[in-house]
Design a protein around this ligand. Structure first.
Ligand SMILES: [Zn+2]
Length: 495
């Protein structure tokens, strides 16, 4: 008879009680006194590891080894009491044991070359709309169809409904290994805004210590024409501890006279100045939706970058989507990218959703030819921080998805060709978005002193990682295993 052992030897007793509730995040330690776990031979992307002996590595510095996909093996020591990483060293090949208890307080685990990533930062989501696609369907699958069906869904919204759906999305994100998440919240209409923000603020309190949550106001740029309403929006965002947002050149007709709501004709620079001056007055960061279309005339990213410089804005500015940059001639794309770099803007690409939504024939007859992704490689090589994020989850803008950043990583690699070489792209799913969110500089890195927030996978390389769903991944937070069971869809049914 053969016996099988669990593939991940990270000690089970270092687990939060699987039945623990959000209110009960006390660490559970069953009859053990482990204070230190050494995990040997973990395979990690070279760009996320900072070795003890050269901690001053620059974040973008990478040893390029195309044959090994820029992966390397490390030995790490986890300080269980502090919940932090105590040491990161290049793996020594000597020890081939499995699970060795050296004494009562120290455990050594051999990961046998399995992969590990820092927990994810999902910087652009819409959890207030999550899980509404069945009750309010996007009839033709286009962005315009999504906007119409989304407006129609508001009739179902209550704080209870929004909280149920948002919490479901957060439980999934947490179980998949996300530790920070920013969501846009519908803020154009008072009634909807109140529901979205009430639900969000209440959940932010409940998830404190488990998920770093940030909320962004989402309204169209033309909203800022009414200075009184715009000012009270900024005031509300400040009082809720949020980020100011707006949709700029962001409809199917973005950049054309047919888009009075988000392009606003020649008034765009003036309206952007209103956004920036309010952000300065109330000391807010800014997060835009921009250029979510394939129109060459759509240049929201350029206008926003110019507005950052013109207004001498020093806060964090994030621009999501930027799809139309792919439609620009090369020289014009270069000009826009240079402006973005000069302005210090962070760009977020949302390939999973935009591949579904962009370049779609409303009649469903023509095959899409565009990939829905911005020029991530050109942006990154020009020095613009680039992140990838999940965007929508089972709503009118994307009918699938589950807030799993590994799925986003995988689809981004395929859609944007991030794998020849992988280089520093793994930073775009944790460290770079964490910085855009203003988090600790060690967030998203495997470095001494960082929180022991890690995901262990059964896979030993990218082809194994991306060929299966990795549903059996092990997530540790503050050195403790968390429960990774996903909620059942039945929980979303109205009670
Ligand atoms: Zn979005």
């Amino acid at each position: 008879m053969t016996t099988t052992r669990a593939w991940c030897a990270y000690p089970n007793h270092l687990a939060r009680d699987p039945s623990s509730t959000l209110e009960d995040i006390e660490r559970v330690r069953v009859g053990e006194r482990t204070t230190e776990v050494e995990v040997r031979r973990l395979t990690v992307p070279r760009c996320v590891a900072r070795f003890d002996e050269d901690e001053r590595d620059d974040v973008r510095d990478v040893d390029v080894d195309a044959t090994a996909d820029d992966l390397c093996e490390v030995d790490i020591v986890i300080d269980v009491d502090r919940g932090t990483i105590a040491s990161v060293r290049r793996a020594s090949r000597e020890d081939r044991g499995e699970l060795i208890a050296t004494d009562e307080t120290r455990l050594i685990v051999n990961a046998e070359g399995r992969m590990c990533l820092p927990t994810f930062a999902d910087v652009h989501t819409h959890i207030d709309k999550a899980h509404t696609c069945e009750r309010s369907r996007n009839i033709n699958g286009t962005l315009a169809g999504a906007d119409a069906a989304c407006a129609n869904d508001f009739k179902y919204w209550t704080v209870e409904d929004a909280k149920r759906r948002m919490n479901f999305a957060l439980r999934c994100a947490y179980a998949y290994g996300t530790s920070a998440l920013r969501t846009h919240l519908m803020s154009g209409e008072d009634a909807q805004s109140k529901i979205a923000w009430d639900a969000f603020v209440s959940l932010r309190d409940e998830w404190k210590g488990k998920l770093e949550l940030q909320g962004v106001s989402l309204s169209v740029l033309s909203f800022f024409r009414d200075k009184t309403k715009a000012r009270s929006l900024a005031q509300m965002v400040k009082s809720r501890g949020g980020v100011l947002g707006a949709a700029v050149s962001c409809s199917d007709a973005g950049g054309t006279p047919l888009d009075p709501l988000t392009t606003c004709g020649e008034d765009m620079p003036e309206l952007l100045d209103v956004v920036f001056s309010l952000a300065k007055e109330f000391d807010l960061d800014i997060d835009f939706h921009c250029d979510e279309n394939g129109n060459e005339s759509s240049k929201g990213l350029l206008y926003i970058s110019e507005a950052v410089i013109r207004n001498k804005f020093e806060g964090s500015v994030v621009c999501g989507h930027c799809c139309s940059l792919a439609a620009q001639p090369n020289e014009e794309a270069k000009r826009i990218i240079n402006a973005a770099r000069e302005a210090g803007v962070t760009v977020v690409s949302l390939p999973t959703v935009n591949q579904w939504l962009q370049d779609r024939d409303p009649k469903g007859e023509a095959t899409p030819t565009r990939r829905g992704v911005t020029r991530v490689k050109e942006l990154a090589s020009a020095g613009v921080p680039v992140c990838f994020s999940s965007d929508n989850t089972r709503d009118q803008f994307f009918e699938y998805g589950d807030c799993d950043m590994l799925e986003v990583f995988r689809s981004s690699v395929c859609i944007a060709h991030l794998d020849r070489p992988f280089g520093s792209w793994p930073l775009a799913f944790a460290a770079i978005p964490a910085r855009a969110m203003g988090m600790n500089e060690k967030s998203g890195l495997i470095v001494r002193g960082a929180k022991a927030d890690l995901i262990f996978f059964r896979a030993r390389n990218y082809s194994e990682l991306f060929s299966r769903s990795q549903h059996d991944r092990v997530v540790i937070r503050d050195a403790f295993r968390i429960c990774t069971t996903l909620p059942d869809y039945e929980e979303l049914d109205q009670s």
